[in-house]
Design a protein around this ligand. Structure first.
Ligand code: NIG
Ligand code: FE
Length: 402
């Protein structure tokens, strides 16, 4: 009899393995966990005998991969409620940014915050995601915009790794800081800040904001060349407010993902399909900014571009503390199917973070990151806007929400 750490039984598994039954369903499933990974998963009728240290019968509940939020700006100082009010009064996001607010106002607050302050505030926000079954979260820098504060943000993000797995993205090219020479700033980020953050082991992925109010294709290309020379994968905030050719640029670097994509044209979609670049859809920003231009979901689907869904949790454009709400909004605003939305926060989200071999589906060999739900069918995860549906969760087989 095989000794294992954890045995889950009497459950229905939405494995999210592609290519078979919808949701990769296994009815009456058994999941055996050993050393943090799934050792065996399959129908109870075929299960070998296991000797578990602990066991849970789940009374027919659904089990999915732990949810993965592949795009957040969870670490920041202050808040931007005043800008929210200004936008409600008629100001646009671009106008506020050009007047020195927007990202720059979060930069001022983030520089002023201590590392402990940043951790405390981010941990409070993270609790909302953990409570809804998130077991992996990506967190970006980009509100420091100087070496010291970018490193402080990334250290705070790394510190939060525990109940959830944290993946970091270096977003030095997020905005040009106030009163600073643009070229000197770009050079500092590329030649100094990125190498220093990488040397300190703080960077998993390199990100940038390509936009008319942010950085140009030439500047982003220089950053991505540097990332390549350091052996780091890249991703890009692309085509959110205008078509800057961001999707095609990201694809030309073999980016893990291109994110937002509201203004992406057909050529960008096709380039992403060829490169295997994931489209990360961020309906929280779309809703909070009251945007009307939708990302080309039908074209992405037709071209076979995998679609992820993320919260984009940030103080400016997406004050969204729920990945499940993002799933619901992706369905209602962008017409994803509930199955696509769940794939977008499990299997495809893992791909967007370069974690496809380790997470995102329930398969032998993958991490035992699991969520058990009080639902009757998997589509409910994308159907309810809010609500506490989680029964239990585990990271690497260790209970998180118990
Ligand atoms: O993903 N688009 C750029 N970055 C963030 C917004 C940042 C901010 O306004 O603070 C985003 O939407
Ligand atoms: Fe973002």
């Amino acid at each position: 009899m095989t000794r294992i750490d954890l045995l889950l039984s009497d459950c229905r598994a939405a494995t999210m393995v592609a290519g078979g039954a919808p949701y990769g369903v296994i009815e009456d499933a058994v999941i055996a966990v050993k050393d943090g990974a799934i050792l065996w998963i399959g129908p109870a009728s075929e299960a070998p005998e296991f000797r578990p240290v602990s066991a849970a019968r789940l009374d027919g509940r659904w089990v999915t991969p732990g949810l993965i939020d592949c795009h957040t700006h969870l670490v920041f100082g202050g808040d931007r409620t005043a800008e929210f009010e200004a936008r409600l009064g008629g100001a646009t996001y671009e106008e506020i940014a050009l007047a020195g607010g927007g990202i720059r106002s979060s930069v001022t607050a983030t520089r002023a915050a201590s590392e402990a302050d940043l951790i405390r505030a981010a941990r409070r926000r993270l609790a909302s995601f953990i409570a809804e079954g998130v077991t992996t979260i990506e967190i970006k820098s980009g509100y420091g915009l100087d070496l010291e504060t970018e490193l402080k943000m990334l250290r705070a993000a790394r510190y939060l790794d525990g109940d959830v797995r944290v993946v970091t993205s270096f977003l030095g090219l997020h905005a040009v800081p106030k009163d600073q020479d643009r070229d000197a700033y770009v050079a500092m980020i590329i030649d100094e800040a990125l190498p220093a953050a990488h040397a300190a082991g703080l960077v998993d992925i390199v990100d940038a904001y390509l936009e008319s109010i942010a950085f140009t294709p030439a500047e982003v290309s220089r950053l991505f060349d540097k990332a390549r020379s350091l052996g780091l994968p890249v991703r890009l905030h692309a085509d959110q407010l205008s078509d800057g050719g961001g999707a095609a640029l990201a694809a030309s670097y073999g980016a893990l993902s291109a994110d937002h994509l509201e203004f992406t044209a057909q050529a960008g979609v096709e380039a992403m399909a060829r490169a295997g670049t994931v489209a990360v859809l961020l309906p929280g920003a779309f809703v909070a900014l009251a945007e009307t231009r939708e990302p080309p979901v039908a074209a992405l689907r037709a071209a076979g571009v995998p679609m992820a869904v993320a919260s984009d949790c940030n103080p400016g454009t997406s004050p969204l503390l729920s990945l499940r709400a993002a799933m619901m909004l992706a369905c209602s605003q962008f017409r994803l199917t509930p199955e696509e939305a769940l794939a977008g926060t499990t299997r495809v989200a893992a791909q967007a973070l370069g974690l496809a071999a380790r997470a995102g589906t329930l398969e032998a060999g993958k991490a035992a990151d699991l969520a058990a739900w009080d639902i009757e069918r998997p589509a409910e995860l994308s159907y309810w806007l809010g609500g506490d549906l989680l029964h239990r969760s585990w990271r690497g087989g260790v209970p998180v929400v118990a």
